[in-house]
Each structure stands twice: as C-alpha cells, then as structure tokens.
Ligand binder design. Structure first.
Ligand SMILES: [Zn+2]
Length: 84
C-alpha cells in the first residue's frame, strides 16, 4: 500500500499498524522526506466484498445441510448425485 504525505506530497511509509477491529486498522505513517518529517495516522477499513469467500459459502452449505431433517438430507444428496 502506497501512502503520500499530505503536507509535501512525498511518498511516505507505514511504520506501525494498529488493528482496532476485524474491519478497521490504523496505519501510522512517516514522510520519507527527511526535511519534512511529517508523521500521521491513516485509517484502512473494510467496505464490501466483491465475491464471497469460498470458505464461508462451503461452511454455510454444511450448516444448512446439518439443519435439515434426515429425510430432506437424503433427498438433497440424491438430487446432488443426479445433477453430476
Ligand atoms: Zn512530507
């Protein structure tokens, strides 16, 4: 991730990160220009997914399967086999 100093426009670097939650991290930044010396904090946050995690969808499918009554599980399995 590239960061820029808002004071002088030079490239900066991230010196430390502070993960405040699953979805939000604070980035401690420092200007690369020694004559500037600006340090600041930026925020990086989760916004939205573009495609779902395969891990999540598989887990969800298993959980839904387990929640079905045994008869319905068998019907679904039979249907899945037929679809191949
Ligand atoms: Zn600067």
């Amino acid at each position: 991730m590239r960061v820029y100093c808002r004071e002088c426009g030079s490239k900066g670097r991230i010196t430390k990160t502070n993960r405040l939650s699953r979805d939000y991290t604070e980035l401690y930044c420092q200007c690369n220009d020694a004559e500037c010396g600006h340090t600041w904090v930026m925020g990086a946050g989760y916004r939205h997914s573009l495609s779902p995690s395969a891990k999540t969808t598989t887990q969800l499918a298993f959980q839904l399967m387990r929640a079905l009554p045994p008869g319905a599980q068998k019907d679904l399995l039979r249907e899945m086999e037929g679809a191949r």
